[in-house]
Design a protein around this ligand. Structure first.
Ligand code: NAD
Length: 464
């Protein structure tokens, strides 16, 4: 009898993987508690201990967190896609690498000094204490990890109430952070979470008197809830980023960049291009180049059919069909009877179309023809809905770049690159997965999670 070695190897691999995943489920996750009451009690003890740690020790813990993220990026990416049914594993790996490599650590919390005839005054960036953070399903582990690095760098402890639909992935990240902290000699439970997050656990976290700062990353509901809590809160809310392409742009590059940005993780990132306004004179060429670079163009009845899949129409008002958020373009196309592995679906629409006006978070990009920059800016600003989140443009005309940036007033504004350049992937600057437009912290980092304290030495220590 012939032995099929490949088959035997596959069986062994499957058994080992099965055992690994069982032991992972069976092993208690560090920092993940049955109840919010227990999580809060544990993090309070951890924060007291953490106050005695030096900044060098904080940095050592952060280094270990970075190391573990890079080692386990693929595992978290797979888990995220498996649990939420959204996004792409290969893109989620890149997002984790970005968090590990480009989230600032303690170097971000520089003190400031004033020295003069009256002495020396020092302003230091102090921890808030215990931070309560609510995280989304779209970047679940990425947000937990990025928040953890920044918040620990600022000297804080964190309690998370993650998105219920992404609790396994988020809590994997909480466990990873705790494993890393312990390996670096830090305290137990500096970052905690609950096994089953609910509205009740969220309310308990928000109302605990020892939780001094709240951070919300998600849609309008959660941001509004935290901002009405009566506590200091950082709100990172929804976007609907437009991208403009004018007649001075490098059209082939614009087409390729827009596809890369709009299809990245199936358009889940809040910064991703979600509708395109193209000058009439270059629109045909742009669409042509997009189809050559991996987009699939649909029209007419196909667009109407896609509306029925992607959106829910309630009394004439459209909202997203949550079942389809973050799905692969090929799955939408399959529903339309098209067999294609394109990363992005494009179509021409008018500016009022629900695909333009709704934050889809799906690999679907409507393209609207405009006659000039004034019309492009007017329609793009309207589609952004005053979120002041992100907006993008492909143009070589400095006056137009400036005019759009001024009009749209977004936290992130990317010129001539894919949208993700705005969070440090192929663009300068650090990364974050908590972009706080409504409350103004912007591309959050350790310093966003600190409070200023001034220490004054009058008539002394001024040595010149
Ligand atoms: P979501 O708003 O459904 O959920 C976010 C979190 O808030 C979850 O943990 C959820 O359980 C909780 N939540 C929702 N309403 C709540 C309420 N009233 N009280 C208490 N908790 C509440 O978000 P999602 O679908 O996971 O993420 C997508 C949305 O988040 C999009 O609108 C996207 O633009 C936005 N987002 C923004 C950023 C940013 O940095 N600005 C980052 C990621 C996602």
């Amino acid at each position: 009898m012939q032995i099929d070695e490949a088959k035997i190897q596959k069986i062994i691999t499957d058994v080992i993987e099965g055992l690994n995943s069982q032991s992972q489920d069976a092993r208690p996750q560090k920092g993940v508690f049955e109840s919010m009451t227990d999580a809060l009690a544990a993090v309070k003890i951890a924060y007291k201990q953490f106050r005695g740690y030096t900044i060098a020790q904080r940095e050592k813990m952060i280094d270990k967190i970075r190391e573990y993220i890079l080692e386990e990026a693929e595992q978290m990416a797979k888990l995220g896609v498996e649990e939420t049914g959204m996004g792409r594993v290969s893109d989620k790996i890149i997002k984790h690498q970005l968090v590990a490599n480009k989230t600032p650590g303690t170097e971000d919390i520089c003190p400031r000094a004033y020295s003069g005839d009256c002495g020396l005054t020092l302003v230091e960036m102090a921890p808030f204490g215990i931070i309560g953070s609510i995280t989304p399903s779209t970047n679940p582990s990425e947000t937990v990890l990025c928040n953890s690095i920044g918040m620990i760098a600022g000297g804080n402890a964190v309690v998370f109430n993650p998105h219920p639909n992404a609790k396994k992935t988020s809590n994997y990240a909480v466990d990873l952070v705790n494993r890393a902290i312990l390996a670096a000699g830090g305290p137990e439970n500096l970052v905690v979470s609950v096994k089953v997050p609910t509205m009740d656990s969220s309310n308990e976290m928000v109302s605990d008197k020892d939780v001094k700062l709240l951070v919300a990353t998600g849609g309008p509901g959660v941001v509004k809830m935290l901002l009405s809590s009566g506590k200091k809160a950082i709100g990172a809310g929804a976007g609907n980023p437009p991208v403009i392409v004018d007649d001075t742009a490098d059209i082939a590059k614009a087409a390729s960049d827009i596809i890369k940005g709009a299809s990245f993780d199936n358009n889940l990132p809040c910064i991703a291009e979600k509708e395109c306004f193209a000058f009439d004179s270059i629109c045909d060429m742009l669409i042509d180049r997009m189809t050559q670079s991996g987009a699939y163009l649909i029209s007419g009845a196909q667009v109407d059919e896609l509306i029925k899949i992607a959106l829910v129409n309630k009394d004439g008002k459209y909202s997203i069909n949550k079942k389809w958020v973050g799905k692969d373009a090929s799955l939408f196309l399959k529903e339309l009877g098209i067999n294609s592995d394109a990363r992005l679906i494009i179509m021409e629409t008018d500016a009022k179309h629900p695909f333009v006006q709704t934050e889809l978070m799906m690999p679907i990009l409507p393209i609207v023809r405009v006659k000039d920059i004034d019309e492009a800016i007017e329609l793009a600003v309207a589609a952004e809905h005053g979120n002041r989140h992100s907006a993008h443009i492909h143009s070589k005309n400095v006056d137009r770049l400036t005019a759009f940036a001024r009009a749209v007033e977004t936290t992130i504004f990317v010129k001539n690159a894919p949208s993700y350049a705005g969070i440090g992937a192929g663009g300068e600057g650090h990364t974050t997965f908590t972009i706080a437009g409504p409350t103004g912290e912007g591309i959050t980092s350790a310093r966003s999670f600190t409070r200023q304290r001034r220490c004054v030495m009058a008539d002394g220590l001024h040595i010149i």
